[in-house]
Design a binder for this molecule. Structure first.
Ligand code: EPU
Length: 337
């Protein structure tokens, strides 16, 4: 375990922002993590996972601990179901492919989401009708203060739309080291309600889809809408879709009859932030080396050497404009550092 000084984080965040870390350390075992926390926990440190959900607006004046714990194993199995433990540093999509290769179902709609296994529960990643919480069993995490290991059940995690206890009450207090998932071995419960999945499957002529067909459909949809971070820096959806009251929604619908929406409950309605941002005229707008993606307005992009601050200021401008035009507050999904 070596500590490097003055390290660029450009290749460690999917936005491709060239911020520096005062020092940086690659962690590949739980023991290394415990021992460095024991020495370090009074001094500033910063936990880095896949770097796929953050915008670095400044240098990190702390020791960056890059969680690189690896390993995937079956921990329990019946005729129909399997429980798999994946270590926090496993790349999320590689893990999805590992499961598909073994014909383990339930995770296929979450194909091609950037990031690592250990950060997936923090924001309860979700796409195309499935959220991480639907397949989550438990996770193990280290308490940064006393370095003890705690098991969190699904209930403990308090999952919600792009939310968990790790983003709220326990923010910065635990480091997730591994996650257990329950998947199906037979009789897979396919999630194809999302219109785009149905369209994609019928365009590919698939009549009786397998979990691999669904994964391939999701990959095709994502590739057609979302920029590949290897080519254009981005963090996926920059904002959360706002949830508004029925009353506010009805006012919005009066002025914009075509607004898409998803009903959450009798009194709450989710409105796609991408639609609001597009209507506000930002879709595809480019300012120097940063801007709003031209195929999905929810995604802010770095075309090369943009500064995190520039992207953050653009996000503030978008937020303010949405409030002015629609009287709706949108919140960032990405962590602003
Ligand atoms: N829309 C527009 N213009 C846009 C983007 C979207 O009008 O530029 C409209 C679409 O036409 C559609 C609606 O908004 O009617 C929803 O769009 P889409 O299906 O692309 O989904 P989204 O609500 O924009 C969410 C997630 C994505 C996830 C997709 C699919 C959030 C914040 N984002 O986006 O997650 O892939 O649904 O399930 O909930 C991510 O979190 O990084 C992410 C990409």
């Amino acid at each position: 375990m070596t500590v490097e000084k003055n390290v660029s984080l450009k290749s460690h965040n999917t936005f491709g922002i060239d911020a520096k870390a005062t020092s940086y350390c690659n962690i590949s075992t739980v023991e290394e993590l415990k021992s460095i926390l024991k020495k370090q926990h009074q001094n500033p440190f910063f936990i880095l996972g896949g770097g796929s959900n953050m915008l670095l607006t400044k240098d990190i004046e702390a020791l960056v601990l890059h969680i690189n714990l690896k390993g995937i194993k079956v921990v329990n199995e019946t005729d129909d179901k399997v429980v798999i433990q994946a270590m926090a540093g496993e790349n999320w999509h590689d893990f999805v492919l590992w499961c598909l290769d073994k014909n383990y179902g339930g995770i296929e709609n979450l194909s091609l989401i950037p990031g690592n296994v250990g950060t997936a529960p923090i924001q309860n990643i979700g796409a195309y009708g499935v959220e991480l919480k639907d397949i989550f069993v438990s996770c193990e995490a280290i308490n940064v203060e006393n370095q003890t290991l705690r098991v969190f059940t699904k209930e403990d995690c308090q999952f919600d739309y792009r939310e968990s206890v790790f983003k709220q009450k326990l923010k910065g207090k635990y480091i997730i080291t591994s996650v257990n998932f329950e998947l199906t071995k037979t009789n897979h419960n396919l999630h194809m309600d999302y219109g785009a999945i149905k369209e994609q499957l019928s365009a590919s002529g698939v009549k009786k889809p397998t979990i691999t067909d669904i994964s391939e459909a999701v990959i095709a949809i994502r590739q057609s809408k979302l920029p590949d971070p290897k080519e254009i820096g981005n963090s996926g959806s920059f904002f959360k879709n706002p949830i508004v009251s029925k009353e506010k929604f009805e006012k919005l619908q009066e002025n914009f009859p075509k607004v898409p929406f998803y009903k959450i409950s009798e009194d709450s309605i989710k409105v796609p932030a991408g639609w609001l941002i597009e209507k506000a005229g930002f879709k595809g707008k480019r300012f120097n080396d940063y801007g709003v993606h031209n195929k999905q307005a929810l995604v802010l992009v770095n075309y090369g050497s943009a500064k995190g601050k520039d992207i953050y200021n653009l996000a503030l401008l978008i937020k303010k404009t949405i409030k002015r035009i629609f009287d709706i507050e949108i919140e960032t999904e990405v962590n602003i550092i």
